[in-house]
Design a protein around this ligand. Structure first.
Ligand code: NAP
Length: 242
């Protein structure tokens, strides 16, 4: 049975990823940080729709200690795929952003995904085929003012995955970044209608992406036939910021 961990399963993009992968026959660990009921309800709904697959909610705060991260991973069974769809941002100038917030963004978006990759490697490389996907961003390719630290974490994921892909290339584990432009999810909920309209005007395709526009590509990369694609950052941005 093919099995994946979706970190950030309660988020806008993670939720679509879970739906598409479940439909494609995957069993899933659905990760949450703070919304246990939401992860549990989603797992129950998918289990009813796809009774021959397993759907298990799991909880982890990416601000946890190294010992807690290890304990979390030790409790998991081997998987074919890990998708890192968690993440946070904070709209602020570097000069006024709290340093504790900088630590949090770097930790949740970059440091802990790298540490979890290290801890999960053994559970991935023993499979016939395996995949890691990190959710990057167009801002990892072009830095965005007021999201400088966020941009740095996303650029970091692109270079980390490129380097790590080369380390594990002989094991059938591929490592890629999917880098969306603007996606209609709770991450953008704080923006006014006016700001959303301004950004939409800048996007050549003329609209924000939906979660499904991103999860489609997760499904493609998780297909065993996608094994020749590794170390890449693929921008899914409707032509924006290329
Ligand atoms: N939305 C966009 O326009 C956009 C554009 C480019 C890239 N991305 C990237 O795509 C990914 C998903 O974004 P999204 O829009 O789906 O975000 P979202 O709807 O805000 O969801 C964020 C997810 O991150 C999890 N999370 C937050 N704090 C955490 C922590 N301390 N430890 C572990 N998990 C934590 C949340 O878990 P709980 O809800 O359970 O707390 C939630 O599942 C992110 O990496 C984001 O940077 C998004």
């Amino acid at each position: 049975m093919k099995r994946a961990i979706v970190f950030g399963a309660t988020g806008g993009i993670g939720s679509s990823i879970c739906e598409d992968l479940a439909k494609d026959g995957w069993s899933l660990y659905l990760h949450t940080n703070s919304k246990w009921n939401k992860a549990y309800e989603k797992a129950t709904k998918l289990a009813n729709e796809y009774p021959s697959q397993d759907f298990l909610p799991i909880k982890l705060d990416f601000n946890s200690s190294d010992a807690e991260l290890k304990k979390f991973v030790d409790g998991l069974i081997p998987v074919n795929a890990v998708i890192f769809a968690q993440g946070i941002t904070d709209y602020n100038f570097v000069g006024t952003q709290k340093m504790t917030m900088m630590d949090k963004i770097i930790n949740i978006n970059l440091t802990v995904p790298i540490k979890l990759t290290h801890l999960l490697e053994d559970k991935l490389v023993k499979q016939e085929f395996s995949r890691i996907i990190y959710l990057g961003s167009v801002y990892g390719g072009q830095g965005s003012a007021m999201e400088a630290v966020y941009s740095a974490t996303k650029a970091g994921l692109s270079r980390f995955s490129q380097a790590y892909a080369r380390e594990v290339v002989s094991t059938n584990l591929t490592v890629n970044v999917l880098a969306p432009g603007a996606v209609d999810t709770p991450m953008n909920a704080m923006f006014s209608e006016e700001t959303i309209a301004e950004v939409t005007d800048e996007i050549p395709i003329g609209r924000f992406a939906s979660g499904k526009d991103i999860s489609y590509w997760v499904k493609v990369i998780l297909n065993p036939q996608s094994g020749y694609l590794t170390g890449q950052t693929i921008y899914i941005s409707g032509g924006w910021l290329l």
